[in-house]
Each structure stands twice: as C-alpha cells, then as structure tokens.
Design a protein around this ligand. Sequence first.
Ligand SMILES: *[C@@H]1O[C@H](CO)[C@@H](O)[C@H](O)[C@H]1NC(C)=O
Ligand SMILES: *[C@@H]1O[C@H](CO)[C@@H](O)[C@H](O)[C@H]1NC(C)=O
Ligand SMILES: *[C@@H]1O[C@H](CO)[C@@H](O)[C@H](O)[C@H]1NC(C)=O
Ligand SMILES: *[C@@H]1O[C@H](CO)[C@@H](O)[C@H](O)[C@H]1NC(C)=O
Ligand SMILES: *[C@@H]1O[C@H](CO)[C@@H](O)[C@H](O)[C@H]1NC(C)=O
Ligand SMILES: *[C@@H]1O[C@H](CO)[C@@H](O)[C@H](O)[C@H]1NC(C)=O
Ligand SMILES: *[C@@H]1O[C@H](CO)[C@@H](O)[C@H](O)[C@H]1NC(C)=O
Ligand SMILES: *[C@@H]1O[C@H](CO)[C@@H](O)[C@H](O)[C@H]1NC(C)=O
Ligand SMILES: *[C@@H]1O[C@H](CO)[C@@H](O)[C@H](O)[C@H]1NC(C)=O
Length: 803
Amino acid sequence: MSLLLGFLFLLSLHPPRCSAATDTVSLSHALAGSDRLVSNNSKFVLGFFKIDSKNYSYANPNSYLGIWYNKLPMLTPLWSANGENPVVDPVSPELTISSDGNMVILDKATKSIIWSTHVNTTTNDTIAVLLNDGNLVLRSSLNSSMVFWQSFDYLTDNLFANAKIGWNKVTGLNRRLVSRKNSINQAAGLYSLEFDINGIGHLVWNSSVIYWSSGDWNGQFFGSAPEMFGATIPNFTFINNDREVYLIYTLKNEQLKVRAAIDVNGRGLAGVWLEGLQDWLINYRMPLLHCDVYATCGPFTVCNDDNDPFCDCMKGFSIRSPKDWELDDRSGGCMRNTPLNCGITMNKTGLTDKFYNVQSIRLPHNAMNIQTAASKDQCSEVCLSNCSCTAYSYGKGGCSVWHEELYDVRQQSEASANGNGETLYIRLAAIEVQSVEKKKKSRTIIGVAIGAGAAALCLVILLLMCWRKKIWFDRRAENAQGSIGIIAFRYIDLQRATRNFSEKLGGGSFGSVFKGYLSDSVTIAVKRLDGARQGEKQFRAEVNSIGIIQHINLVKLIGFCCEGDKKLLVYEYMPNRSLDVHLFKADDEGLDWNHRYEIAIGVARGLAYLHDSCRDCIIHCDIKPENILLDAYFVPKIADFGMAKVLGREFSHALTTMRGTIGYLAPEWISGTVITSKVDVYSFGMVLFEIISGRRNSSQEYLKDGDHSAYFPMQVARQLLNGGISNLVDAKLNGDANLEEVERVCKVACWCIQDSEFDRPTMGEVVQFLEGLLELKMPPLPRLLNVITGGSNSISLLPIDLK
Ligand SMILES: *[C@@H]1O[C@H](CO)[C@@H](O)[C@H](O)[C@H]1NC(C)=O
Ligand SMILES: *[C@@H]1O[C@H](CO)[C@@H](O)[C@H](O)[C@H]1NC(C)=O
Ligand SMILES: *[C@@H]1O[C@H](CO)[C@@H](O)[C@H](O)[C@H]1NC(C)=O
Ligand SMILES: *[C@@H]1O[C@H](CO)[C@@H](O)[C@H](O)[C@H]1NC(C)=O
Ligand SMILES: *[C@@H]1O[C@H](CO)[C@@H](O)[C@H](O)[C@H]1NC(C)=O
Ligand SMILES: *[C@@H]1O[C@H](CO)[C@@H](O)[C@H](O)[C@H]1NC(C)=O
Ligand SMILES: *[C@@H]1O[C@H](CO)[C@@H](O)[C@H](O)[C@H]1NC(C)=O
Ligand SMILES: *[C@@H]1O[C@H](CO)[C@@H](O)[C@H](O)[C@H]1NC(C)=O
Ligand SMILES: *[C@@H]1O[C@H](CO)[C@@H](O)[C@H](O)[C@H]1NC(C)=O
C-alpha cells in the first residue's frame, strides 16, 4: 500500500507531460534519453531503462531500449531491443528514424549507430509506433498496413498477448522466447522456449538439450500443460497449417497486466498483476523444481531444491564467478581448486588422482558406457587412464564414465533415494580427497563425544523420574457431581492430577493442554481455557450440552471445572497425540496409507455427525491436524468441537487472533459473508491435501519467492487432469498407496476447497465419496482466491478482518 501511495505521490510531482505522452517516433520527433512513448491506451511504455542494481554489490552501467507496463511500482521489462549492444554510461542515447528509414539508437554525442532495425524500407516516410498491445512497429506514416519491422517478430523473454510464438514456414522466421543473461543484463541467456516445426513446444538449453516438452495440442491444451484447459484469463489459440505454426493468446479483459515468460533460471512462468496486492501473482511454473531445468547450476555443481540456495559446488570445486551467481547467472558453474595430476602417477608427493564419492544423486548427462569394465575397480582404472575423464559410476547399468564438464547432477531426497539415487565417483587431485577425508573423521569423533554425553544425561533423567514415581498422585476425584455422566472437578483436584500443570501436551488458540493422572490407570488431558468470560451457570449449561454429544470420532469430554475465572475441560487422553505430529515431523516414519485413509474417513464421519446428526448443528470452525487426535489404535478423534459454545461471545475474538491456522480458513472468513458448516468442509479439504502430501500446504517449499504455482492444492488439481497423481503422494510412503483411494481423496479435497460454498459437498456427501458409495466428477481447477488465502506469505498483504 505504501508503495502505491508513494507511486501516486511521484506521479503528482511529475504531472503528465502532454507533449511526451505520444506513441510515435518520427524523423521530426526523436526520443531522447529520459523520454517515453506511451501506447494510446496507456498500458505500455517504451523508453530507455536501466535495472536497479541497488540489491547487488555491482554497479550497472548498461541501459536498454525496452517496453514495460505503465504505472507499475516496479520495473518489469517485457521486451528489450539492444540486449547485446547496451548503451553504456555515460553515453546519452537517442531513438530516431535514420535516413534509410530504419529505426536506430544513436549515441547522441557522436551520432554513431548503437542498434538498428536493419530492414529495407520501400517508402521514405517511416515512423515507429507503440501499439496498444505492446507491439512496436516500423511502418509507413501514410499506409498503416505497410509494416517493415515489428517487435513481436523479435520477442525477448516475454510473450505478449496477441503475439505469436512459432514458425512462419514460408519465410523461416522462428519466433521464440530466450531467457536473459542475468538479473540485470538483458543479453540473451542459454535457455529458450520454442516450437518445433511440428508444433510441439520445448524448453531448450543452449539450443541443444531439451528439458521439457509440451506434448501435442489436442484442440484445447497441450498434453503436458493441462492448466491451459479452461484457463479463465487468457484465451489460447493454436494454429498449424502449411504457412504457419504458432500459439497465441488473447485477454478477455484488455486492462489486465499479465506475464508469460522464461526466467533467468530457465523456468517458464505465467502470472497476473494484482492491484490489491501491488505485486505479481505467479500462478504457473514449468518446471516446478529448479533442478528439473537442465544444467541450471552450471558444470561441476550439485542441484538440490531442498536447499536455499539450491546450487552448490561439488567437493573440491569453487564458484567460477561469484559476481554472476549473485545475479542468478550460474552458467559458469564451478571450477577445480587443484588441477588434476592426470598421467603423472608418481611425482614428488607420490600421489595420483583419487575419487571422491557422492551418494544418492541423479547421474550427470551424457554418460559414456564402458562395456569392457566388469568391476568397479576396472571402471575406476578406465577413468584414471584418460586425462579428460572426470568421473565414473558403477551400478545397475555397468560402468559409465564422463569426460570434461559434469552437468545436471542432482541430489535426490533421502526418501526417494532408495529407488533411484546412485553413487558418482568424482575425480579429484589426491590432496583434495585427503582434506575432505580428514574433515569427515574429525566430525565423527566430535559426534561420538556428544552422543556419549547425551546418553549419560538421559540416564540421569530416567533415574530421577523413576525416583519421583514413588510420590505418584493416586487419588480419585471424589467430589464428582455431574448431572449426566460428566464429572464436575474441583480445581485443586485437577491441579494435583496434572502435578500443578507441569506436563504440557500442547497449546492452542483457546488455552493450554496438560497431561494428568486420575489414577495409575486413567490418564486425562486437561485443557485450561484462556478466553472464557461466560457466567458460571451458562458455562455449565453449555458444557453439559456438549457432554451429551458422543461419537467414536469425537474426543470424549470426561468433565470440567468452573471456579471463578478458572475454567477447565477434562478429556480422555490420546496416547498417539495429534495428526500433525505424524504427518509433518521428519524423524517420524509417518502413517501408512491405510491409516491415513481411515483417518480421513473417520474425521469426515465425526464432522458429518457434528453438522447433521446432533441436536443443533455445531460448526467446528477450526479443523486442522492439531485438532485431530489419535487414540491407541490411530482412530481419529476431533478435539475442540463446541468451543464456540463454551467460549461464548469471546469466541469471535479468539478467532481473529488465530493466525496460525490461516491456511485452513475458507474465503468466507475474509469476504465477511455468513459462516455456515461449509467452512469446516473447506478446512477438511485442506487437511486432506496434507494427508496426501505429508507436508503443510503452507510449507515454504511450495511458496518460494511469493510464487504460488507450486502450491500443493494447485498441483493436485493439475495432476488430476494430467493423470499423474502418483507423484503427489508423500515420498515417505515409498509408493505404497492405493492409487484409486488416493485419486478419490484428491478429488474430494479439490471439491472441498472450491471458492463458492455452494460448490462444496456437505460432510455427509464427503463420507459417501470417500467410502466409494458416490462417484465424483472431475473438480475444476482452484481459482486465484484459493491460492491467496492459502499462502502464508501473501496473507499479511490482505486486509483480513474476521470480525
Ligand atoms: C487513441 O484513443 C482515443 C480514445 O481513447 C481515440 O479517440 C483515438 O482515435 C486513438 N488514437 C489512435 C491513433 O488510435
Ligand atoms: C531488493 O531487496 C529488497 C529487500 O531485500 C527486496 O524487498 C526487493 O524486492 C529487492 N528488489 C529487487 C529488484 O530484487
Ligand atoms: C535489402 O536489400 C539488399 C539489396 O537489395 C539485399 O541484399 C538485402 O538482402 C535486403 N535485406 C533484407 C533484410 O531484405
Ligand atoms: C519521399 O519520396 C517522394 C517520392 O517518392 C518525394 O516526393 C518526397 O519529397 C520524399 N519525401 C521526403 C521527406 O524525402
Ligand atoms: C497499403 O499497403 C498495402 C500493403 O502494402 C497495400 O496492399 C495497400 O494497397 C496500400 N493502401 C494504400 C491506400 O496505398
Ligand atoms: C553452447 O553451445 C555453443 C555451440 O553450440 C558452445 O560453443 C558453447 O560452449 C555452449 N555453451 C555452454 C555453456 O556449454
Ligand atoms: C478466443 O480467441 C479466438 C481467436 O483469437 C476467438 O475466435 C474466440 O472466440 C475466443 N474465445 C473466447 C471464449 O473468447
Ligand atoms: C605432484 O602432485 C601435487 C599434488 O597434486 C602437485 O601439486 C604437484 O605439482 C605435482 N608435482 C609434479 C612434479 O608434477
Ligand atoms: C580420452 O577420452 C576421450 C573421449 O572419449 C577421447 O577422445 C580421447 O582420445 C581419450 N584420450 C586418450 C589418451 O585415450
């Protein structure tokens, strides 16, 4: 918001220069250094720009002639003319029409030509016009259909609406997108997005290695890009005839500002400018993972999407150009710290080259298979015998060696490593390997020392605990006086049972939960409420009404305590704690699929009972893994239901402070419409996604750089259309899941998180879907609102007032 205000302020300081707000350059009207052309509809600007290098430690002397969106607080170049021939400070440039009719950039002082459109014009009256769709055309001033040159034929990294990408089969013109060199340099980079002559799109590295293909056009979308289907903002058209093959998109709303581009790192992206956020919402990325881009880290590196930064040098190598890395250009990769000894087997130090092994990786590109080597040792010898050999691997496929640069090495995650990770032996100068081994050894020694210390400490604690067990509290609460099976406890009894609230099980939005013992055999969970300001009588009444509600999938209320402002609820104790513990903790092996599926159905049944079956409908309002408890047999029990009743008027206050669960809140909370039981359906859908993935939907890895295309619910919706749901299942399951059930859960989840509550099923229907009693249609893709409300990153930018 302050950005927007700042921008408006800037505008008011510089009242629109009527003279400069033209869209045309002609012989008589040149464009000097700081002047701008503005398209007639005010959407696009043409001028000289320089990318702010404040964020980098290097000054940027280069400016470019380019096109960008008018009235955005941040500069987003959409096209640039002279990427390869920048205007370098302190030259002052000028855009004009030269005597041969071409549009040229001149050095104002020397009048030398820096860049030109280089075409043969047939008239002497050419002008350059910035059109409403962002196309810069060189044409006759009298006849607007005599166009000699247009920027849409020479796209850089961005595809404008109405611009073609593809081939003119007659002239051989190939319109394609090419990445930029780095974050501030507009020269062409190594990556491109282009069509082949058959009309299949490819992402290509250095015009040689294809790392993504679109598949065939089926009339509505490309096989590998199902998100094009039913796209609401752009309207795609694909043409393939004997003269042309191209893709084009149009905007239904001309005012929308969109981006479809290939970024510096070689990933395709699409996004839309949101005025409300004053930022780009990137909702499509291909590939999703950095490491799926070929050679994205350059030679002699290891790519790992779980790390930040995702590129690292191999052992024994260091970054060739730290300056370029800082600007996101990693094509130089890493270089050797110590040159190889190579053929010199016995020199002064008596050392030859050695191999250092890296485990669980995807092997480099371009392996050379050596049939003659029948063992690992022979394979290693083959590599050592040739100076250009840099690595070998010996595995299922026999012996493979690599020469010169190693490209595209990727760390496999530990979970997936069992199946497809391999070991690569990298050739290093002997002293490099020694220094690495030395480091490793010292680390194990420290590790052992720490381990031993920790074990001793544990023993002491255990002994202490055993001794304390002697004074174990063992006394039943005697003053039980509940009316319908619910016990009314005295505060002092609960204080004792919980040993003065010493063993905290967890804390939520309504208070803290403590473990307690009614006797040696009965364990309880005591919730101490923070927010309850209700009168005692009313509180008792509400608790009693909730106490009647009993269902196998709802936590059983044993009793309560209400003395003055002290309000406590006593529940049965759940030995397997809550669902989040099993889903998200990395050290836990996790739940198998059958358990997950049973838990999903159980929670659905519990909610359906709350919504429909008990006397008056109870909306839970806070469904999340923390509130789904698991008993000794992993039967799920919903906790905290009825909180609205127990907490009374203070409830709405409790919710507004409930920031932690924002990822589960339905859009109604934000739009301020009446809350119905469908908010629970929405939250339940969000929990289903987490049951599938074993990760938080709001997990940072899905939301890097405010980018929402990797957001898990979006991935699910996409893969459902794609038929690729098996990739979505938690890697911890090692593929051990019933795919029919997974698909069912995916579909249900997508239906549950529909923006409109009327599109969501009821919990009763959800139970039937999950049990396979009702068939489900294919869900529509989630819309933008879902993404925004799901993203913990962007949430702070939205005006949320839940009251
Ligand atoms: C520019 O737009 C205005 C309306 O906004 C229109 O009247 C005028 O004809 C347009 N000029 C050109 C050259 O298209
Ligand atoms: C510069 O850095 C600031 C803070 O780190 C960040 O908010 C901003 O987006 C960066 N600007 C660019 C152009 O990267
Ligand atoms: C321009 O004309 C010259 C001479 O007639 C010719 O050699 C050249 O190929 C033409 N260039 C283009 C781009 O048509
Ligand atoms: C352009 O060429 C026409 C003849 O083709 C000539 O009459 C006219 O004067 C020329 N205009 C300029 C500005 O040179
Ligand atoms: C304008 O140029 C086009 C294409 O060169 C041509 O077909 C048309 O006849 C011209 N119109 C006029 C009025 O000269
Ligand atoms: C890209 O390809 C060209 C030739 O096709 C080659 O000269 C160049 O070294 C390649 N670039 C990289 C980074 O490998
Ligand atoms: C999409 O664009 C094509 C041509 O560009 C047009 O014929 C079609 O009507 C458009 N569809 C919609 C839904 O706007
Ligand atoms: C022997 O190997 C060491 C270690 O790699 C190297 O530094 C040294 O230059 C080599 N000596 C000769 C004579 O090649
Ligand atoms: C080393 O391997 C490369 C690539 O296979 C080959 O071109 C070269 O001739 C080999 N050199 C020797 C000395 O064998």
